[in-house]
Write a protein that binds this ligand. Sequence first.
Ligand code: NAP
Length: 529
Amino acid sequence: MRGTAGGSGGRHVRVAVIGAGFSGLGAAVMLRRGGHRDFVVLERSAGVGGTWRDNTYPGCACDVPSHLYSYSFAPGAEWWPRTFSERQDIRLYLETVADTEGVRPHLRLRQDVRAVRWNEARLLWEIASSGGDWTADVVVCATGPLSAPSVPPVRGLGSFPGPVFHSARWDHGADLRGKRVAVIGTGASAVQIVPALAATAAGIRLFQRTPPWVLPRPDRRVTELERRMYQRFPAAAVLRRGVQWGVRELVTHAFTRFPRALSGYEALARAHLRRAVKDPELRARLTPDYRIGCKRILLSSDYYPALALPHVDVVASSLDEVRGSRLIAGDGTAVDADAIVFATGFKVTDPPIADRIVGTGGATLAEAWREGEGMRALRGATVPGFPNLMMLLGPNTGLGNTSMVLMIESQLAYLLDYLRLLEPRGPGEGRIPGEGRGPGEGRVALDPLPEALRAWNEGLDARLGRSVWNTGACVSWYLDADGRNTTLWPGSTRRFRRAVRRVDPGEYARLTGSGADDAAPEVPARAVP
Ligand code: NAP
């Protein structure tokens, strides 16, 4: 694939990170803090922020408390304006981290990575991006599980005369004030969009295939007094974050082992619904019939009040067909609309980046997963046949109830240890048994062993079998087409941190280059300032 994925004309780096969202930016910071300079971050858009840059829908905010939804190395506690951050604050936070941590010189913006191919002879990755070609010893795939919008096929959609767009690609040119807006979906995005739109739209038609469980979102402004306290006593912010983490950590056990223990949350959610929606018929439509936690629990204090407004209609069915400006639901209900917003989620179990990564033997990652046992990775990070490729937030690293930043940081420890394994400092100092090469004596790559992957996944499957996600009687994007949970981590974040603190060399085959390539490298390694 030389000429289409990297090649001899590209620049070589030790590490190429793909994506500058929360995980890619975190990787850049930890690489720098770990003393690495020879790396780039390839980002397809014009700025950092990932999901917090792409999602600009009205009402966009985070449903994890601000203190917990921050890097531990950059708490930002003294300037979070609210207890639950709005999207623009998180974006500003990530921009600030990029500045203060010296990440900018490593960023290569507007570089849409189109192909990433493993060169077996040279033991390196060849990368073709819209901004040029690269080669890298290690590729870190930080593209995020929630980055590729998913829009369901709807018959006749092309006949709709008005604006149609996905929640993560908001069309700010479309003026929805005074319009009848159809919102499709009732996930975490929709519950934020509907109240915001309801304030100015003439009408909302909400297509609800499955009612979500919704709990109150205790959001408020952070007071000046609190801010001063965090400035003066940073330990107070650490303590607050610790409490937020600890409470969620305890609840995790209910999700993974004792789903019945979640029934208290169901009672709370029902009371939340009763308080806001007085109409028993509407309330019945909004009441879930599966165990809370089976799908993501949503936090909102203004969703139910919005649904009770006279100009908001809940169609308890999927959108099946469009005939001009008439929308037909699966149950036959027909409503008219001037605009359609798809809040229908993302391609989580079939991420498009997997079609662009070609490993040993010429198979893409997507093919390897399709032809194997589905989307799996050793410790959420590595896949046999794809040496020196590390995924951040890869398979089974998702969480049901706490901050993904915790998982990202754990994986970054694994990444740094992985790089250490590839870089023995001298004879006898390498962690790989028998290692001890000097600089320039040949490249080394690590390829996870299929049996290690199998053992890891057997452990996951055994634990997932008891979880609310598998037993809660719902259909969710956590499960793939075969019903296997390929997305969530069935344990506490502490357990995950322990599992990925260090790389076990016994789980990897060590590939070594002939050395010929290094003796006369076509593309010399070059440090990025
Ligand atoms: P989502 O959770 O996947 O929800 C998609 C919604 O679209 C579901 O309600 C689904 O119904 C519905 N849907 C799909 N096809 C449909 C059709 N043909 N007709 C009617 N409805 C249809 O997507 P999301 O709301 O964008 O959230 C995705 C993830 O992003 C969240 O789980 C969360 O991890 C993250 N997120 C986080 C925040 C935050 O505050 N931290 C905010 C937004 C998003 P079914 O339920 O029946 O499948």
